[in-house]
Design a protein around this ligand. Structure first.
Ligand code: SF4
Length: 323
């Protein structure tokens, strides 16, 4: 499963891309009901903004969205997602060096130090290798991170790039009041002023029939940039380090208007689910990556008590699908 910078930022509790407001460490109703182990979970609050990752969550499975955004159930770090975070940080830091020094050996040499930093900022990732006392699996995992970093040099030439922004947090409010937020891996601005938005993926490129889904996140960012700067990005670029592919798309105004309409419909569906407490599971093969099967009725589990007030009955307003 592909993860984004927002996922990792949210996991790190910096929360810039999260779909909810920053919260204090108050216990949730659910946490209280479930026992002391979960008492330190952040307080549940209603969704207040949307990021591409959480929008995708809701489209994939409304119940998953609820678990992540409202209940804020903890999730275990995964090797793939953690490696993605590590590779992103290496690619970001490489641009600290002068252009001529941005070589593959230099980038690979950053991997151990960035792994140390990641362990300091997110101690839970150490669990990933708790059963690896001689470090064999860790060495293989770090080697794969180095290979991903090295592959980047076959796709882009950082000696010829001077990013305007790296890991840029963006936030914009639509006329409807919906706040959109996210983190853009890299923004390039040409001398002519044309803007290119770049996102790194450590997985493989999707098959052509799934490219539209992959571009959703990029169009989301393009919409935010357009709303913030009144400039439509000239190009959206997804760089797939897992397969060595680059997917590009040049958006036009109609694309951004379409994605805005889609997000408004999605937000309305989220609002209704929040008010009714009706968060339905939508099982797919992606359930295999879901950390919440023990709370999911599709797998015989029971969700925690709904921690928000229910202000309208199910069916009162009808129900709107996310797509
Ligand atoms: S296991 Fe599947 S259906 Fe259940 S919450 Fe997770 S993604 Fe949704």
């Amino acid at each position: 499963m592909e993860t984004s910078t927002e996922d990792t930022a949210e996991a790190a509790s910096g929360d810039p891309g999260a779909a909810v407001e920053p919260v204090t460490g108050e216990p949730t109703a659910a946490g209280t009901a479930e026992g002391a182990a979960e008492v330190s979970r952040p307080a549940a609050i209603a969704p207040a903004s949307l990021s591409p990752s959480r929008a995708n969550d809701f489209m994939q499975c409304p119940l998953l969205y609820r678990f992540r955004v409202i209940d804020r159930l903890p999730e275990k770090p995964s090797e793939a997602a953690t490696r993605g975070t590590l590779v992103h940080s290496v690619l970001e830091r490489l641009f600290d060096a002068p252009a001529t020094e941005r070589t593959a050996p230099r980038a690979k040499s950053l991997v151990p130090g960035q792994w140390d930093r990641l362990r300091e900022s997110r101690p839970e990732v150490v669990e990933l290798f708790a059963d690896d006392p001689d470090g064999e699996r860790l060495a293989l995992w770090l080697g794969e991170a180095e290979r991903l970093v090295e592959r980047w040099f076959t796709l882009e030439d950082p000696t010829r790039l001077e990013p305007a922004e790296r890991e840029l947090f963006v936030e914009a409010e639509l006329d409807s009041g919906l706040r959109l937020r996210g983190i853009i891996d890299r923004v390039d601005v040409a001398p002519t002023g044309e803007v290119r938005i770049v996102d790194y993926k450590t997985g493989k490129a999707p098959r052509p029939e799934y490219a539209e889904g992959a571009l959703f996140q990029m169009k989301f960012y393009a919409l935010v940039v357009w709303r913030l700067k009144n400039v439509i990005p000239r190009r959206l670029q997804l760089v797939y380090l897992g397969s060595g592919d680059v997917l590009t798309y040049d958006p036009v105004l109609a694309d951004l208007e379409r994605v805005e309409r889609k997000l408004l419909a999605l937000w309305e569906a989220i609002r209704q689910a929040t008010e009714t407490g009706d968060w339905r599971p939508r099982p797919t093969k992606l359930c295999g990556w879901c950390d919440h099967q023990e709370h999911c009725p599709e797998f015989g589990g029971t969700p925690p008590p709904y921690p928000l007030p229910v202000t309208s009955a199910i069916g009162e307003q009808g129900r709107m699908g996310p797509d």
